[in-house]
Design a protein around this ligand. Structure first.
Ligand code: NOJ
Length: 559
């Protein structure tokens, strides 16, 4: 079988699904405290079903002191009262399943909160039976931390905090309020497996595993290389012990009926390294693919991301993922605008191109070979919120992408807060126009584009499961072809701000399935790609590529 082709036959649901990430604090609020909650999510599940997504990934809603807004867990097996309770979660899962939506929840295995009973116990005394559940080191002669590892968020901060009461350092790859668990201890592994079972027994369909490559660390804790100074250790930690732990987790998941899955956040700098965390179909089912999340709006860079992704994953039979935005990074629309501004684009041009770029990116996300993840609000075309100093709350400076999702055009945009309360962050920008109700009423909206793109994808075997081959294209244009048993679909994305004439006999005249800017464009494709326009076309039977004058397609990507 040629590389890039996909075996026929039944496929696991998570390979064909479109995932939708809910960041619960900012999705929808049911009780007027200004912080989203599970009942709020539940009340909008029908909207997600209408959009057409298949699975909802919910970021942490567990008990937490909220030093990292839920990624500091103080009880893995309970819902923080801010978000509701276990009964509400059970109702949410039931409702989601009734609507045909799978539910995937976050799981934070690398670290707990410093308020977790395990850490309170471990830090109570050097003799605590749970002392070795965390990573402790004795003081050094000169008082410096045990090694040069740097914590995330503040590139000057060591990944260690000295615990005065017991006279040792403890390790934390993130905030000091997030001590790292020591997975070398079998009791830790067993306890964390129990937390998985707890939620599997409640019916979740899978997990998104937070910094999961952190669960194996070199026990010698060697310094990071000096040339990596300032790079947080979480981006460098890549130790073989993690793989056998992932295999054990995979067996646990496979022991449950219903194709329970795990998508891992493996935040390493190289895609080859990330690919190893799929194992040989015996570790992670999926791993996030982050280079596209950082890629600017440039055809060459996307082409390279795509080639690198398939080159790293295909030889292992590993299934790719695609993501444009999430709760940790500036929204992609704003990222593209900022990168263009750095390259000299003026404000007037940006005003014209901003939404067009985001629309074309959506088409790209939903047509590449692999599983797409949509981050809440991108389906409304939201840009990054400009959060004033007085309202910033996140230690990692990520407030702008976490602004509440506007639901309607009313003054509170569907977030009526109790007297004296306010939304935990200011509302996302342009909320009068970019809100669910207004966009649902406008067939030309970004919301309808996402809905159409998901529907086109679902209806096309080529897009869901077909082979992938990059095609020759003019500078600034990315073209790829997807094919499955006679269904041949071409995706053409113009990354430039000017019209491009493709003059390509294999696509001119083809049926337009989707255009990023125009819901009415369904006639034969005329070969002209508008500025920042993406078009998906299906070749009519009887038309075929001549191959004349085309650059050879790299072997690895041939269908
Ligand atoms: C990655 C999560 O996505 C991020 O939000 C969090 O701060 C860190 N892991 C630490 O848990």
């Amino acid at each position: 079988m040629a590389a890039g082709a996909v075996p026929d036959g039944p496929r696991p649901w998570w390979q064909e699904a479109v995932f939708y990430q809910v960041y619960p604090r900012s999705f929808a609020d049911s009780d007027g405290d200004g912080v989203g909650d599970l009942a709020g999510i539940r009340s909008h599940l029908a909207d997600l079903a209408w959009l057409g997504v298949d699975a909802v990934w919910i970021s942490p809603f567990f008990r937490s002191p909220m030093a990292d807004f839920g990624y500091d867990v103080s009880d893995y097996c309970d819902v923080d009262p801010l978000f509701g309770d276990l009964a509400e979660f059970d109702h949410l899962v039931d409702d989601a399943h009734a609507l045909g939506l799978r539910v995937v929840i976050d799981w934070v295995p690398n670290h707990t909160s410093d308020q977790h009973p395990w850490f309170l116990d471990a830090s109570s005394s050097r003799d605590s039976p749970r002392r070795d559940w965390y990573v402790w080191r004795d003081p050094t002669p000169d008082g410096s931390p045990p090694n040069n590892w740097v914590a995330a968020f503040d590139r000057t901060a060591p990944a260690w905090t000295f615990h005065e009461a017991t006279g040792q350092w403890y390790l934390h790859m993130f905030e000091s309020a997030q001590p790292d668990l020591d997975w070398d201890q079998p009791a830790v592994e067993a306890a964390m497996h129990d937390t998985l079972r707890f939620w599997l027994d409640r019916g979740v369909d899978g997990f998104r595993a937070d910094v999961v490559h952190g669960i194996g660390k070199d026990p010698a804790l060697p310094d990071d290389p000096p040339e990596m100074a300032g790079v947080p250790h979480c981006a460098l930690n890549d130790h073989p012990a993690t793989h056998r732990r992932l295999r054990a987790i995979r067996s646990l998941l496979d022991g449950y009926p219903g194709e329970r899955m795990m998508v891992g956040e493996v935040f390493l700098l190289s895609t080859e390294a990330v690919a190893t965390y799929y194992g040989h179909d015996d570790e992670l089912h999926l791993a996030f693919n982050f280079p596209p999340l950082f890629a600017p709006w440039l055809a060459d860079q996307w082409r390279r991301c795509i080639e690198d992704t398939f080159a790293a994953l295909d030889p292992r039979g590993a299934w790719p993922t695609w993501v444009l935005s999430n709760h940790d990074n500036p929204r992609h629309r704003t990222r593209y605008d900022r990168a263009a501004a750095r390259a000299g684009e003026d404000a007037a041009t940006a005003a014209v191109r901003s939404e067009a770029r985001a629309r074309a990116a959506a088409v790209l996300l939903l047509t590449l070979r692999g599983t797409p993840f949509v981050y809440q609000g991108e389906e409304l075309g939201l840009a990054e919120a400009d959060v004033p100093d007085g309202r910033r709350v996140d230690p990692g400076g990520r407030d702008g992408c976490r602004a509440p999702v506007p639901w309607d055009a009313s003054p509170d945009h569907g977030w009526p807060v109790r007297a004296g309360a306010d939304t935990w962050l200011p509302m996302a920008p342009e909320a009068d126009l970019r809100n669910r109700v207004t966009e649902a009423g406008d067939p030309r909206s970004v919301l309808h584009l996402y809905r159409r793109a998901i529907a086109v994808r679902r209806a096309s075997p080529a897009l869901v499961r077909g082979s992938f081959s990059l095609q020759d294209a003019p500078d600034g244009v990315l073209a790829f072809r997807r094919g499955h048993r006679g269904d041949t679909v071409d995706v053409l994305v113009n990354f430039t701000g000017t019209m491009v004439d493709l003059d390509d006999p294999t696509v001119v005249g083809a049926e337009v399935l989707l255009a990023s800017d125009d819901p009415a464009l369904t006639d034969g494709f005329d070969g002209l790609l508008g500025p920042d326009q993406a078009v998906v076309v299906r070749r009519r039977r009887g038309t075929c590529a001549t191959g004349a004058g085309r650059r050879p397609v790299p072997d690895v990507l041939q269908p």
